[in-house]
Structure formats: structure tokens, C-alpha cells
Design a protein around this ligand. Structure first.
Ligand SMILES: [Zn+2]
Length: 271
């Protein structure tokens, strides 16, 4: 934050999509004035009224390279490991900041994307405009869900995974929230009463906050920027526990495929 972008080095024509026209030029000389997130998109606000939009795809990551003697890069900065460089075959974008600080974007599979947009019109960007409410934001409420689920014949599982309703609520968290609320993943979304939706919203928030405190869930090869692994997976009640005893009633946890994803649930507790 507060740093100036002195130069943007693009080593290919694009990632998942081509870089927009004059991409590097539109960032050069701007000062970073804000950082925010919308669903899985990162927004870097600049003092020019523009924002850099980034999605890390599946394998994208940023590494900060600092020359000796430069410090105070903020609480989210962790020193890059020994041997970190900007010269790897997957280092596609290097953003040169003032004082010789380099922000290196690496992405082996290149499913990530970058774009530049007007900060004031970010909500209308084609990739952002249909995204539902943030699960930890104030807009998620039982009344909001009731309105969205009204007359919906889709099962709860599909309705909660629908990104146009709630942004970025992953499969694991949907399974766990439905278990805590005792709602079957097969239940028609339109049939869930307001009081139960109220409870569901509370559990969604609790579960996400617990996961954040635990450093996220590590099912694949996720690592934090300081190299530590998340530990939330140790606390799942139903997720990935097919055949194990339900913590409430002892019945075996079941697994069901819904919209191409596994649902784990207790058919005795969840109705
Ligand atoms: Zn049970």
C-alpha cells in the first residue's frame, strides 16, 4: 500500500485471457491506494481511479522480492524463501515497485487472469457483475436467502453452491453448514423456513470464521505465504467422512453426488 508502480514487465501475451490493450502502460506510474477482494478476485485500487483486477486461477501466486534493507511491507508480507527469483519459467508478470521491490506473479497452469478497470465501475465488470453476496458481509441474511430461494425446486446443496446467490462458499463449508443446521442437502431450497435460514446463516459465518482462524483448509497443496499449511480439515464433521459415525447420533455418514460434487451428510440428523 502506498507504493508506486514504476514498471510492469509482461513476459507473455496473456494468462487465461490476453492482457488488455496497453495493460502495462495503464498501470505504470500509479500509486497503490487500496486492496480488496470480491469472491476470488483481488482488486488493487490505484490513485488514477483505475484498479488492477487479478484472479489467481488454480496455481497463481505472488511473491514479493525485496532488496536488502527495505522493510515495513505490511502485515501480510512474509519474506520470500531462499533462492526466490523472478526468473522461473512460470514467472509471467513482474511488477516493479519503488525502492526496487518486485512483485512476481507465477502461474504454472496459467488459469489466472489480470485486467484493468475503472474503480467506480468495478461492480459492472463482466466477471464481477453476477457474483452473489459475500458470505461474511452484512448482505447475507435469512431474508435475502428466502427471497432468492423462493419457489426454488433446486436442492439446498445446489442453491448454496450457486455463485450468483452467495459468492465463493465452497463445497466443504456448504456440507458442514447444512450438517450443523440439520438440513438435508436434498431438501428443496424453497421449502426451508425463515427460522432455519436464520440459523443456517449463523452457522455459515461461524464455520468460515473458524476456518479463517485455523488458516484455511488444506485439501490439496495450499500453503500460506509463509509456507505453513492450513489445519481446518481436522475439524470437519461430515466432509470426507463417508461411513464414519455421525458425531450427534452415531449413524453412518452418507455420500451423495449432486451437481457433480460430493455431498456428505447424516440422513438421520439432516432433514
Ligand atoms: Zn446424525
Amino acid at each position: 500500500m502506498g507504493r508506486c508502480i514504476e514498471r510492469v514487465e509482461l513476459r507473455r501475451a496473456g494468462l487465461r485471457f490476453p492482457f488488455p490493450q496497453n495493460f502495462a502502460e495503464r498501470l505504470t506510474g500509479a500509486k497503490v491506494v487500496g486492496l480488496s477482494r470480491r469472491a476470488k478476485y483481488i482488486l488493487v485500487a490505484l490513485d488514477t481511479g483505475m484498479s488492477l483486477l487479478v484472479h489467481l486461477g488454480m496455481t497463481g501466486r505472488f511473491t514479493v522480492l525485496t532488496p536488502k534493507g527495505v522493510s515495513n511491507l505490511g502485515e501480510f508480507y512474509f519474506e520470500a524463501g531462499a533462492g526466490a527469483s523472478a526468473d522461473g519459467p512460470h514467472d509471467h508478470v513482474v511488477i516493479h515497485l519503488d525502492q526496487g521491490v518486485r512483485l512476481v506473479y507465477s502461474d504454472p497452469r496459467r488459469f489466472g487472469m489480470m485486467d484493468v478497470l475503472a474503480t467506480s465501475a468495478a461492480g459492472e465488470h463482466r466477471l464481477l457483475k453476477d457474483i452473489g453476496v459475500e458470505p461474511l458481509g452484512n448482505e447475507l441474511s435469512s431474508a435475502y436467502l428466502a427471497a432468492k430461494f423462493k419457489a426454488k425446486a433446486a436442492p439446498m446443496k445446489a442453491a448454496l453452491l450457486d455463485q450468483r446467490i452467495i459468492a465463493g462458499l465452497g463445497n466443504i463449508y456448504v456440507c458442514e453448514a447444512l450438517f450443523r443446521t440439520r438440513i438435508s442437502p436434498k431438501r428443496k431450497a424453497g421449502s426451508v423456513r425463515l427460522a432455519q435460514l436464520e440459523e443456517l446463516v449463523r452457522h455459515v459465518r461461524d464455520i468460515l470464521n473458524e476456518a479463517i482462524l485455523a488458516g484455511g483448509s488444506t485439501l490439496q497443496d495450499f500453503q500460506s505465504t509463509d509456507g505453513t499449511q492450513g489445519s481446518y480439515q481436522q475439524r470437519f464433521h461430515v466432509y470426507d467422512r463417508e461411513g464414519e459415525a455421525c458425531a450427534n447420533c452415531g449413524a453412518a455418514i452418507k455420500r451423495l453426488m449432486q451437481s457433480g460434487r460430493s455431498s456428505f451428510y447424516c440422513s438421520h440428523c439432516q432433514r
